[in-house]
Design a protein. Structure first.
Length: 267
């Protein structure tokens, strides 16, 4: 019999077309791109471990479950909402960033990403607990590469910055969650295949560093986004031109780094 968490996870994936979209990290397509790229870079041992947890369910299909459960009317998962982000002041040094990083009392993107790794490594955690941890780890590493998830507290990571996308009202956070990705008009498998062309030396370089390094890198990109995007801006083709390379790099980095974390976790 399938575990309760895995069953709900699969059911959530099947019900995706029926759910209204909110301001989640990357949106369904972006998270699946990250997971698909990661899958292509897993070691045989890591793949075996993932299959032991998920069976035939693709890694990409669990990537959005931590967002789907925000709609759970039992409020069972309400405590996980702060796990998806960590806000900072703008234009801060790495030294200042480092002092703020552990300040979230365990309920933030940085702390919970590390916690999910430890849960997957645990010799006492149940299969259900490990499926839960794997889904969140896949998702949270995706989130940390969406730069507005390490954006600014005063505007809730761009959620309070109203803009227009081709005359359609939206906000800066959703621009990066959904609109820029969907504008490319690619399925998640097409997008992953198009991005995953880096030579081995580049892959190794992009996989280097720590979770803290990756979050700070995303935060620096958020400063660039804030500098080029103001309240009420009307965004369209030029905005895509400005940021497409950054968008693609973040998706690729997220996938490669997720693979690195999973390979290290299941070695």
């Amino acid at each position: 019999m399938r575990s309760t968490i895995l069953y709900r996870l699969l059911l959530s994936c099947l019900l995706l077309p029926l759910l209204p979209l909110a301001s989640f990290g990357w949106g369904p397509t972006g998270h699946r791109v990250v997971a698909e790229i990661a899958w292509q870079h897993l070691t045989p041992q890591a793949r075996k471990a993932v299959i032991a947890l998920l069976g035939r369910q693709p890694l990409a299909m669990i990537a959005n479950w931590p967002d789907f459960i925000k709609s759970d009317t039992t409020h069972k998962y309400d405590h996980t909402s702060p796990w998806h982000y960590m806000d900072f002041p703008g234009n801060i040094s790495r030294e200042r960033f480092n002092t703020l990083l552990p300040a979230g009392k365990g309920e933030n993107l940085y702390v919970k990403t590390n916690a999910m790794v430890q849960q997957l490594k645990s010799t006492t955690a149940t299969k259900e607990e490990k499926v839960f941890a794997l889904s969140f780890l896949v998702h949270l590493i995706g989130d940390m590469h969406q730069p507005l998830h390490v954006g600014r507290d005063e505007d809730q990571g761009g959620n309070k910055v109203s803009v227009f996308w081709f005359d359609r009202p939206t906000n800066l956070h959703r621009m990066w969650d959904e609109h820029l990705i969907e504008f490319q008009q690619l399925s998640y498998t097409e997008y992953a295949k198009a991005l995953d062309i880096a030579p081995d030396a580049t892959v190794k370089k992009l996989q280097g560093g720590s979770i803290a390094d990756w979050m700070y890198e995303s935060h620096i990109l958020s400063d660039k986004i804030y500098a080029k995007t103001k309240e009420g801006d009307k965004l369209s083709y030029r905005y895509n031109y400005w940021f497409l390379d950054d968008l693609n790099q973040q998706l690729l980095k997220g996938g490669l780094r997720l693979a690195a974390v999973l390979n290290a976790t299941f070695k």
